[in-house]
Write a protein that binds this ligand. Sequence first.
Ligand code: FE
Ligand code: CA
Length: 533
Amino acid sequence: MDSLRRHILDLSRRGALRGAAGLAALAALGPMPRRALAQPSFRGFPFTLGVASGEPAPDGFVIWTRLAPEPHAPDGGLPRAALAVEWEVAEDERFARIAAAGTALARPELAHAVHVEVGGLTPGRPWFYRFRIAGEASATGRCRTAPAAGAAPARLRFVNAGCQHYEHGHFTAWRHIAAEPDLDFVFHYGDYIYEYGGRAPGQGGWGPVVRSHLGQETIALADYRQRYTQYRLDPDLQAAHAAHPFLVSYDDHEVDNNWAGDVSEEDGRGRFPVIVPPEVFVLRKAAAFQAWYEHMPLRRAAMPRGPDITAYRRLDFGTMARVHVLDTRQFRDDQPCGDGAKPACPDVSRPDAQMLGAEQERWLLGGLADSPARWNIIAQQVPMMRRDLRGGAISMDKWDAYPAARHRLLDGIAERRTPNPIVLSGDVHVALAATIRRMPGGAPVATEFTATSITSAGDGTETTPAGEEIRSRNPDIAFFHARRGYCVSEAGPGRMTTEFVSVPFVTRDGAARETAARFVVESGRAEVKVGGG
Ligand code: FE
Ligand code: CA
C-alpha cells in the first residue's frame, strides 16, 4: 500500500473522513498510476497561479489549481507527464478537522490543471482547501457549500463582475472583492481575458497601457494559455479566487471580439475585409475554450469537445435563489445590420432572432417555470434592458438587436409568473440599473443590474455625455456610472439590495473602495428603487 492510501485510511479511522467521503476518496484514487506518483522535483514553487473554487452545490464544489513552477516557460516548466497532486478540504483554516482528501492527476494535455469535484460535505457552511505536491503546499482557499435543497437561508450575498483588460489598469477591484464578507459566490460574466496583442506603454489604441499583454493576438492554444497565465499571476485576482467560490461564464473576448456562433469578428465587412470562414474560426474557438476550461474552476460537464461547450447551467441556493447561468455567445445569430451601433435596419425585426438558441431557451424557460426560489437570478453577459442610444441607434451586439428573442423570454417569465427575475449583465464598461418591461410604458417584468468593468477602458468618469443622453432617452434606466468596479448584492426574504462599488482610478494601484449607489428591489415588485442600507 502506498503512503497516500495509508494516509486516507488513517484519516477514515480517525473519523476525519466521514464514511462516504473516505470511501469516495479511496475510490477516486483508482488503480495507482505508479509513474505518475513519482515525486517530481521543481525548479520553483509549483503553485504560482494560486487556487480557485467554484460551482457550489449543497454537498460540495470544485477546487482548482494549475502546476506552473516556471509559469512562462514551455509547459510551465513541467515534464510531459501526469503528476499526482494531493488535495484536502477541512472545516478549519489549520486543517485540523479534515472532511475530504484525495489525489488528482495534473495532466499535460490540460496544462497540468487540476479540477476536483468535491462531494460528501455538509451544506451551507464555509470550508478551507489546499493542494500539495513534492513537499510544497498551495495557498489556502476558502469556499462555501450551498444551502441544502429546501433550506431557507437568512440571506444570500453575491458579486457580479467582469471585463478585466489587463493593459488598462490594476485589478484593485478584485482586491476589494476578496475582502467582501460572506459571499456565497462571485458571478464572472466574462471578458476574463482580452485577446488583443500587447502594446507598449504610451502606444495608441483602445484604452491606456498600464502594463502590457505578452504576445500577439491570441489565436492558438499556446497563446490563450500564455494570456490566462499572465492574468492569473496577478495577486489581486488570485486573492479574489482564493477567498470566494466563482460561477464563471464567458463573453466575447475569451475568444474574439464580438464573435457570434461560428462567425468571427473578421466577417468580411467594414474594418475586416478578410473573412475568417466558420470552418477555420471553430479551430480558434476550440483552442480558446480549452484554455478557458483549463484555467477556471469548472465541473467536468463544462469540458469542451472541440469547438462545442456546454456552459449554461443552473445552481440552487435553498429556497432563496436559483441562478441560471446563460451562454449568449455560442448559439446566437450573427449581429444584424453589420454589427456596431446604428439605427435598426429591417433585419433587427426578424421574428426568429436567436440570442440563446432554441435548446437553451427551452431549458431556461423550463427552469423559470418550476423554480423553488424567491429570487431567480439570470446571470449572463450583455445588457437585456432597452438602451436607445444617440440618434435612435441601438447596439447590435446586445439583446436590443434581438428583440424577438427578448420578447419570447420576457413573455415566458410573465406567463410562468417566475418569482423575482433579476438579470445580471456587464460588457458595456459602465454600471447600469434598470427596470425591464416588454414594451416601453408596459408592466415591469424584471430588473437588471449591469456591472461596470474591473479595468476595461481605464479610470473613467462618473458621468459622460453619452451617459446623460442614455438616461434622458431611457426613463427605465435608473443609474449610469462610468468608473470601474463591481456590484455586490444581498438577497433576503423580502428585498434584495445591490451596491454599486467603484474605485476612483485603476491606472495607479491602491484605490479605495467607494459606494457609487445603492438600489433595492422589493420582493414581488420588479422595479429598481434608490435606497438600501
Ligand atoms: Fe469587456
Ligand atoms: Ca464583451
